[in-house]
Write a protein that binds this ligand. Structure first.
Ligand SMILES: [Zn+2]
Length: 161
């Protein structure tokens, strides 16, 4: 999708910069992603990883939904999975252990007050790009989406606690 296409669709998401779906709510892209997953994913390890990449990339590109702490934790986990994947079941256990008792959702979706100023609002690839591609390219697409997203987030320091 080019910038011209994006402008032609009538509105871009304030957080990911992608063209909004017909509903006007970028969150509906998650349902579109999950719909493709029901068609192409088979429940194997590659599928579990694809799902993790899709949801992780979406959340990283919509940081208002998560607390700062959860956001940086997620960035590091997605980066780790892109670099040298571990089994998703193991990752989940690790996440449960680390996030026990910490607040994950921000409670103020739309507000970026807690998000570092350096966090992008334009990305080289968004959910809209993934759903625009053929379904059989989904696993490759979400891998690419996760990789470009963490690359674009590299170097943003976590806030001091
Ligand atoms: Zn968006």
């Amino acid at each position: 999708m080019t910038a011209a296409d994006r402008d032609a669709v009538g509105g871009a998401c304030a957080e990911c910069g992608g063209p909004l779906p017909a509903s006007g709510d970028c969150w509906d892209r998650v349902a579109e992603l999950l719909e493709i997953e029901t068609i192409v994913l088979d429940g194997g390890e590659a599928s579990l990883r694809a799902h993790f990449y899709a949801i992780g990339a979406y959340q990283l590109q919509h940081p208002s939904r998560l607390t700062a702490e959860a956001l940086f934790g997620l960035r590091d986990r997605v980066a780790q999975m892109v670099e040298s994947p571990i089994p998703v079941a193991m990752l989940r256990r690790e996440v449960r252990r680390r996030t026990r008792g910490t607040k994950v959702t921000s409670g103020t979706p739309g507000s970026r007050d807690h998000v570092p100023g350096a966090w992008p609002t334009r990305w080289s690839m968004t959910a809209a790009d993934v759903v625009a591609r053929p379904a059989d390219a989904y696993v490759a697409s979400v891998g690419e989406w996760a990789a470009t997203t963490v690359t674009e987030l590299a170097g943003i320091p976590a806030p001091r606690r």
